[in-house]
Design a protein around this ligand. Structure first.
Ligand code: TUI
Length: 315
């Protein structure tokens, strides 16, 4: 019922993509999402290339279905990570936190579908011109590094500006969000926070618990002064970071303070002193479910939403 151009482009059953989240999206999560009919994505984040290569090998052992790799363009290892995805002929490459322009030709040479994550119309248009196969239009409701626009404002503007398929991200975690994204003209959705609260996600149980317990206003944006605004859960680290930021700390001091904090929360379970990146939709997420159930629930809810909409005018 919800087969879209994105399903065709990526060879997947449902137009649901799992966001590439540093320290979260590993082979196990990505393979589970692909096995369930969506597109799983391994996130390179700031990890060295050999970690990425290992995860690619592991994912191939778990699933024969297509999966992708997300390249975080601010990573110090970005050039080596690009070499690894080329070597393994990864079928879908998404990028974040910058423009992948200079790598585009090499990605296209291996036949990869290239899907940059964009937060503006200008970058979406530039990506289309440079050969992108689709874009993820990511609103500022998302967790992690974000742009300025909300999903509901950004997505239709990107849809009107480009001819390639658009995938909506930011603030989506259920069938209502999924249908809303399609109503805005998107051909699919990318979700991050929803998949963090999954059985297969290998991060600390403490991190998942924070998301399940989060309420609507529990996230804040930190790092605006560094030029890299990041949405995280309001905790001790967030308060300390904001205090430092308000006291006029330099970009270098703030970066030093923030170093290693995501790993601390995601892998060591220190959700007080660590950075718990999550989207605003965390407040809607109240349970930890298997990935396959997350996807099947969304598809069932989406059908219900459509059928309710079609009866809106009835008396
Ligand atoms: O990349 C993300 N989300 C992320 S990356 C990340 S790791 C990190 N941690 C701390 C600081 C910085 C990164 C955690 N979450 N989402 C995709 C995304 N890309 N959102 C916004 C952008 C973006 C922003 C500016 C893309 C391009 C851009 O400018 C490029 C240009 O040349 O205009």
């Amino acid at each position: 019922m919800f087969k879209t151009k994105i399903c065709e482009l990526l060879g997947i059953e449902y137009p649901i993509i799992q966001g590439g989240m540093a320290w979260v999206s590993d082979a196990i999560l990505a393979a589970a999402v692909s096995e369930a009919g969506g597109l799983g994505i391994i996130a390179a984040g700031n990890a060295p290339a050999d970690w990425v290569e290992n995860e690619i090998i592991k994912a191939k052992e778990i699933t024969d279905k297509p999966f992708g790799v997300n390249i975080m363009l601010l990573s110090p290892y970005v050039d080596d990570v690009v070499d690894v995805v080329i070597k393994h002929k990864i079928k879908v490459i998404t990028t974040g936190a910058g423009s992948p322009g200079k790598y585009m030709d090499r990605f296209k040479e291996i036949g990869a579908k290239v899907i940059p994550v964009v937060a503006s119309v200008a970058l979406a248009k530039r990506m289309e011109k440079e050969g992108a196969d689709a874009v993820v239009a990511e609103g500022m409701e998302s967790g992690g590094h974000i742009g300025e626009l909300t999903t509901i404002a950004l997505v239709p503007q990107v849809v009107d500006a480009v001819d390639i398929p658009v995938i909506a991200a930011g603030g989506i975690a259920d069938g209502r969000g999924f249908v809303a994204a399609l109503a805005l003209g998107a051909q699919g959705v990318q979700m991050g926070t929803r998949f963090v609260a999954s059985v297969e996600c290998t991060i600390s149980e403490a991190y998942k618990k924070v998301i399940v317990e989060a309420k609507d206003r529990d996230t804040v944006i930190t790092g605006r002064t560094t030029g890299h605004p990041v949405r995280i859960i309001k905790n001790k680290l967030a308060r300390e970071f904001m205090k430092l930021e308000n006291s006029g700390a330099t970009k270098e001091e703030l970066e030093k303070f923030g170093e290693g904090r995501l790993r601390l929360a995601a892998r060591e379970g220190d959700v007080k002193n660590g950075s718990v990146m999550a989207g605003q939709i965390a407040g809607l997420i109240n349970d930890i479910k298997p990935v396959s159930k997350i996807i099947s629930d969304i598809m069932r809810e989406a059908e219900e939403v459509l059928s309710n909409l079609s009866r809106l005018g009835d008396r």
